[in-house]
Ligand binder design. Structure first.
Ligand code: NAP
Length: 465
């Protein structure tokens, strides 16, 4: 294929990525955006295959078959709640690929005695460093979320100093490698080994529940590593797509941090969010009592409500009760009530978690409202139905300056005329703190697994005359 044609087709692929990414930002155009990006990827792959006879086609075909089979199996077998660890693993593969390509280019040049030039030598070092950190960091993130490693922050005195020392050693070795004209292999292997170790040490002190932010950051790293590799092998589409992944990953990490009222530095170095061992500051519930409600009474309340706002949270995903929420909403609407869904930006454990969950149950998108759009409506709502959500409706974020979530914007569920909370017991959420909403006189608790409780509510509502 003529070089100019290949460049033009790479440009077309890059335009598909950019427009596809833009379309992914709205639910209505997301499917189309995904297809467009996939098409861009197909164009990029075909052009690369035809343009460069790098490996034999039989090896490429074998790789395609094995990779597609594995990908298909993973996409079908992995549950929605396990999506974060799957994404972590895929990021790791991206980092690993950059490490391998960067390493192969370096070793090839050593083998044939080729002078790489300063720019290529520097980008090789960068793709080795970022690729290796992404690979092992993502594997640790996967292991934590899969509960193969403890989810709590694992830290020891001097860890940050050790990390800084390793990083400086990598920088020094890389400079030495680039600046030394004679062929040397040991700095190359040392940089790879130290960067792999750094990836582990950077992620182990981060609490399991902070992992979504880390995964988004590692996703960004995998993009930067790919862009560096693009410079190494002089492939424009890899540079552009890597830059897109790198920048969108950083933006996503920032959005998540802002919604949690945390800084990225605090997430990375704060050792926060360790489940049972988490920070437990905040108000104590001593002396306060909760009001319980039966499924029958809650169903009556919902059956006669004119306006209901559903607040889904992490517990809904755990219970996999999304289809029952839809059924419940159908019953309420049949009786003339209006149902809206209030979506907090960090509800659940990954960005868009609730949107994906509710989409699975075919809840219409126009019924899903972002926090800013719906918060004013709670004052007029008859019932706020909180399902498996906790931190995202905790008023301590507004009032308790000592609380770890102080300053985080929350959904105004406590402003509704009445609140019904579905959860299993008095367990805390990700932040590990008490929630005074549960002790509010207007709040009624319906204890039990969300799926079981919603099932009972649907049955009771159907039975209402
Ligand atoms: P949450 O505060 O973690 O609370 C979830 C609640 O669900 C728990 O209190 C638990 O109480 C209940 N639950 C668990 N399993 C259940 C089941 N089977 N049936 C019924 N209830 C169940 O959840 P959230 O309100 O969605 O808040 C998300 C938190 O994650 C925020 O603090 C956010 O900052 C953090 N976070 C989110 C992201 C993101 O990207 N979305 C990223 C990082 C961190 P019981 O044990 O009593 O049932």
């Amino acid at each position: 294929m003529p070089g100019a044609l290949a460049e033009i087709l790479y440009l077309v692929a890059a335009v598909c990525f950019i427009i596809g990414l833009k379309r992914l930002s709205s639910p209505g155009t997301a499917v189309n955006g995904n297809r467009l990006s996939a098409m861009g990827m197909l164009i990029a792959m075909v052009v690369t295959l035809v343009d460069r006879g790098i490996v034999t086609y039989s090896v490429i075909a074998a790789g395609l078959v094995v990779g597609s089979a594995l990908g298909l199996w993973m996409a079908r077998a992995v549950k929605m709640t396990a999506m974060p660890q799957m994404v972590a693993l895929l990021n790791g593969f991206g980092g690993g690929a950059s490490l391998l390509v960067g390493g192969a280019e370096f070793l090839k040049s050593e083998l044939i005695g080729q002078n790489l030039g300063l720019d290529t030598s520097i980008t090789i070092q960068l793709s080795l460093l970022i690729g290796a950190v992404t690979l092992t960091g993502s594997i640790v993130a996967f292991a934590k979320l899969q509960e193969l490693l403890p989810g709590r922050p694992i830290t020891f005195p001097g860890l940050q100093v050790l990390n800084a020392t390793i990083f400086l050693a990598i920088v020094a070795l890389s400079i030495y490698q680039v600046a030394t004209p004679e062929s040397l292999l040991w700095p190359f292997y040392a940089v790879c080994a130290l960067a792999l170790l750094l990836g582990v040490l950077l992620v182990i002190p981060i609490g399991g529940a902070d992992m979504p932010v880390v995964i988004s950051l590692l996703n960004s790293y995998s993009g930067i590593a790919a862009a560096m590799t693009g410079f190494v092998i002089r492939n424009d589409v890899l540079i552009i797509s890597g830059a897109l992944v790198g920048s969108s990953g950083i933006i996503l990490s920032q959005i998540m941090c802002r919604a949690m009222n945390r800084s990225l530095t605090n997430v990375l170095f704060g050792a926060f969010g360790g489940g049972a061992a988490a920070v437990t500051s905040g108000k104590s519930a001593e002396g306060l009592t909760v009001r319980q409600v039966s499924a029958e009474d809650a169903a009556v309340q919902l059956g006669y409500a004119r306006s209901v706002i559903v607040v889904p949270g992490y517990g809904l995903a755990v219970a996999q009760a999304q289809h029952l929420v839809r059924e419940l909403a159908d019953q309420i609407e049949k009786r003339g009530g209006e149902v809206k869904y209030a979506i907090h930006p960090v509800a659940g454990r990954m960005p868009g978690h609730m949107n994906v969950l509710l989409a699975e149950a075919n809840v219409p998108y126009e019924k899903l409202f972002d926090m800013d759009a719906v918060n004013g409506e709670f004052d007029r709502a008859d019932v706020a139905l909180v399902i498996g959500a906790n931190d995202v409706v905790n008023p301590a974020a507004r009032t308790d300056s000592g609380s770890p979530i102080y300053g985080m914007p929350i959904l105004n569920a406590d402003h509704a005329r009445s609140v019904i909370v579905l959860k299993r017991g008095m367990g805390s959420g990700f932040a590990g703190i008490e929630n005074e909403l549960f002790y509010n006189p207007r709040t009624a608790m319906l204890f039990g697994d969300a799926k079981a409780s919603l099932g009972k509510l649907v049955t009771e509502l159907k039975a209402l005359a």
